[in-house]
Design a protein around this ligand. Sequence first.
Ligand SMILES: NC(=O)C1=CN([C@@H]2O[C@H](COP(=O)(O)OP(=O)(O)OC[C@H]3O[C@@H](n4cnc5c(N)ncnc54)[C@H](OP(=O)(O)O)[C@@H]3O)[C@@H](O)[C@H]2O)C=CC1
Ligand SMILES: O=C(O)[C@H](O)COP(=O)(O)O
Length: 543
Amino acid sequence: MSTDDKYTCPTMPPASVAVDSEWYAKKPMVDGVFRFVGGERLPFSGEVIDVTSPIFDAATGERAVVGKVAQFSEEDSIAAVNAAAAAWDRGQGVWPQMSLAARIAAIEALVANLTAIRGELVNVLMWEICKNTADAAKEFDRTMDFIALTIKELKADPTVRMGFAKFTEVSGVACQVRRGPVGVMLGLAPFNYPLNEMYAMLIPALLMGNTAVLKLPATGGLVHLLTADAFAAALPPGVINFVTGAGRKTMPPIMETGLVDLIGFIGGTGAMDKLIKQHPEPHRLKVFAQLAGKNIGIVLPDADLDVAAEQCMLGSTTYNGQRCTAIKLMMVHESVADAFVAKYAAKVGALKAGLPWEDKVAITPLPEPSKPAFLEGLIADAVGKGATLVNAKEGGGTRHGALFIPAILDGVTKSMRIFQEEQFGPVMPVARYSDVAEVLAALKASWNGQQSAIFTSDPAKAAPLIDALSSQVGRININMQCGRSPDQVPFSGRRSSAMGTMSVAEALRAFSVETAVTYLAKDATSVALGGALDQHSKFLAPL
Ligand SMILES: NC(=O)C1=CN([C@@H]2O[C@H](COP(=O)(O)OP(=O)(O)OC[C@H]3O[C@@H](n4cnc5c(N)ncnc54)[C@H](OP(=O)(O)O)[C@@H]3O)[C@@H](O)[C@H]2O)C=CC1
Ligand SMILES: O=C(O)[C@H](O)COP(=O)(O)O
């Protein structure tokens, strides 16, 4: 931060856990110094990385160490993708050749194994990424619910609503459709939903018969290391393999092998672009991507301000604003802006900040070590250009180690970084507008293609915004915050926010290929054969 900046962030003592507290006794120490490749834990000898929590350890005065992981070398990384390719075996491996019913049974066994270690997984989520108790538990439970919904969808219709579930005659051709696998999947997920978002891609991919390499995030990866034995017990060797350590080192060698057929990526746009370019034949790389968001909450003059303030508060502060779907800019009509900001600031000010296991805590330490300084830079830039830090007196923008008190900025304009850049953290910008044309211009100029929220009670005022947004984002929320749930609702996006739709049915489709079996409907021999095929073919077998 330059010395000219008007804003400086006071630093308080870090949020730490005392050695004699009951929670200190629950501090995990995950041993991730192994390679889970080819269905077994293999020994690792190489660079070992300490994984730290944003909670400080009162015994050391440093971030608490909660695990150790292996920094995979180039050879280790290639061995992982080779194992997945061997299990795939150009489509003739045990897993892709298994019946859908058998794969469903294996995933159900996996769920039972994971459920047995639920408590351990939830505890690690709380320590490593500081989700509060309810959110950490919800991450696990929502993931298991997603798996159940996915299996239910497949059982109801194995074509996933493509039609032709049974041989059906069309223009003289009898056709039956099933969905087949694509090949080797490489999965990468962000730190904020490390389990849920990885599984939202992985489970549909596995059910469809793909094999996988999971690149565990450097922050948020510990939870996965605890699942190695659950996978080993449920799936054939090599169907799933882990890669740990920095993606910048491990991903290029994997992509350059050309063995990855399908990439499932949830995270920032920069990494996605790099990964695609590293594939030697990108034309045969199937891409599924959920990327960054800069969702705007638009408050019209006639909005119910209590509802708008409540939903914007939830939308911008839940998990410290570390959601792609967070409301990351509020554009408020000038006639109601004072009243809105007062109500919004009161709600944000009432949130409890603290450690993840404290009762009713909402604001928790930020896991990424560099994030507080990044947020301070955004605030300094905005304040330097004329924005007001509304809740400065209440501690907005102060930090206690990694615990960052939400900073509300008013008077934000498009010249400020916070107007365009994704903060992915607790800085809440409010921009005032006098004419809705300014909102339309901001939407048009934005790289965001994920969501928006409109607050109004007038359909005639909502309609032009809905129409404009209908070709710019994937979801338009009326008088409610932005969000991905419920998981049956399509979660899509445009522009730099998504390539593909992440929800139950759509994910099954994204990780598979429609495969048709046909014969001439008038040919008696084929008709007889067609009627008996499902008793012999595992691919066509009924569930
Ligand atoms: N649309 C959606 O559904 C969601 C989108 N997001 C977006 O994700 C971002 C925050 O998550 P974050 O974890 O920081 O995302 P990142 O993009 O930093 O990381 C995601 C994964 O990509 C890897 N990675 C990052 N850079 C590279 C690189 N240059 N080469 C190879 N691999 C790389 C990371 O590995 P490593 O950890 O080793 O760096 C990690 O495994 C935000 O932009 C957010 O909006 C988040 C959640 C959901
Ligand atoms: O990481 C994210 O932001 C998720 O995709 C959003 O999920 P949620 O809206 O259900 O929290």
